[in-house]
Ligand binder design. Structure first.
Ligand code: MTE
Length: 323
């Protein structure tokens, strides 16, 4: 795990919550050549960034969205969010995705919507996104491995996507599937890492919750490959592994889908994966987390701090059993 001791200069950027201001600062740094200096300053083991701010396309017409939590919560640096990743299709170490995702082609991209719905088909990504408003959502991301970040995503409301594709009354869950391209994703050349494709699912009411988005960008730009370009799920009250990357298929189904980590190690990972400091992982405690960039650990909050928005979805459920 990457543990950086907070530098004095971090405090300034951490107080800025607007990505446009953040990006201006980044552009200033790039223009003055300070970026090279800060790279050289990076500690041993921190990978060199193959894609940095300003490299990916800037996203236009973005509405300011839900950012309540981030108001008192400093944002993680772009560098950390784009270089400390879990994306096993590119390898299992945190620096593997940024190092190995350079040849991945997120364009052109097609998304298939199928199953129990009226509007099914295979859509060009632009066509799929066009009816929807892009929104910025500054969310916490809490990994099941007990580290966390605060990232300004840009995406579309999943509830709006569901409504547009008109699922039938029998559709109780949504299943998401990551692309399979072993020639571009070296991790997929081994079946021993995980069963491919990576699959995740949500109950329909979870998908309809206003917090659920399909993200296409972060920090004002399209997603870097290592963060799940060009389309990924973001459900901030759940552990990070629910947020399936590089989605090619969205299916409306009647039964709870088998999700990849549950299939791989069922006694460790369930379907719901709600952030819960009172239910430990069999091998470590979930009571605390390390925010990337911080030195000291902080308490993990129930539903990652989104209790008000999502607790009612699980009323009456035994969350120790449905972990
Ligand atoms: N999606 C796919 N397809 N493959 C993966 O290995 N890892 C998950 C999730 N989505 C993963 C994935 C895990 S464990 C986490 S914590 C988040 O992506 C990390 O997202 P980030 O790298 O953008 O921070």
């Amino acid at each position: 795990m990457l543990i950086r001791i907070k530098k004095k200069s971090d405090v300034v950027s951490s107080e800025i919550t607007s990505p446009s201001v953040y990006l201006n600062r980044r552009q200033l740094i790039a223009a003055t050549g300070l970026a090279a200096g800060s790279m050289a300053f990076a500690g041993k083991g921190e990978p060199a960034l193959q894609q940095g701010p300003g490299v990916n396309a800037k996203l236009e017409n973005v509405k300011e969205g839900y950012s309540k939590l981030a108001q008192n919560d400093p944002m993680t640096s772009y560098e950390a969010a784009a270089s400390y990743n879990n994306f096993y299709e590119f390898g299992t170490a945190k620096e593997d995705p940024v190092e190995n995702a350079g040849n991945f082609k997120p364009k052109p991209w097609k998304v298939t919507v199928d199953g129990l719905c009226k509007l099914s088909g295979t859509f060009d990504l632009d066509e799929f996104l066009k009816p929807h408003q892009l929104e910025e959502r500054i969310y916490r991301l809490r990994c099941v491995e007990a580290w966390s970040m605060v990232i300004p995503w840009i995406g579309i409301s999943l509830a709006d996507v569901v409504k547009r594709h008109e699922p039938s009354g029998d559709a109780k869950f949504i299943r998401f599937e990551t692309i399979v391209r072993p020639e571009e994703m070296p991790g997929q050349r081994s079946r021993f890492i995980l069963p491919w494709p990576y699959v995740e699912g949500l109950r329909m009411d979870e998908a309809m919750n206003p917090l659920s988005i399909l993200a296409v960008g972060m920090y004002g730009e399209t997603l870097p490959n290592q963060n799940g370009a060009p389309l990924r799920l973001m459900t901030p009250w759940k552990y990070g592994f629910k947020n399936v990357k590089s989605i090619v298929r969205i299916s409306f189904v009647d039964k709870q889908p088998k999700n990849t980590w549950n299939e791989a190690t069922p006694h460790e990972y369930g379907f719901y994966a709600n952030v819960n400091p009172t239910v430990d992982h069999p091998r470590w405690s979930q009571a605390k987390e390390r925010r990337i960039g911080d030195f000291l650990k902080r308490d993990t909050l129930m539903f990652n701090g989104y209790e008000e928005e999502v607790a009612s979805l699980y009323a009456g459920m035994d969350l120790k059993k449905h972990y």
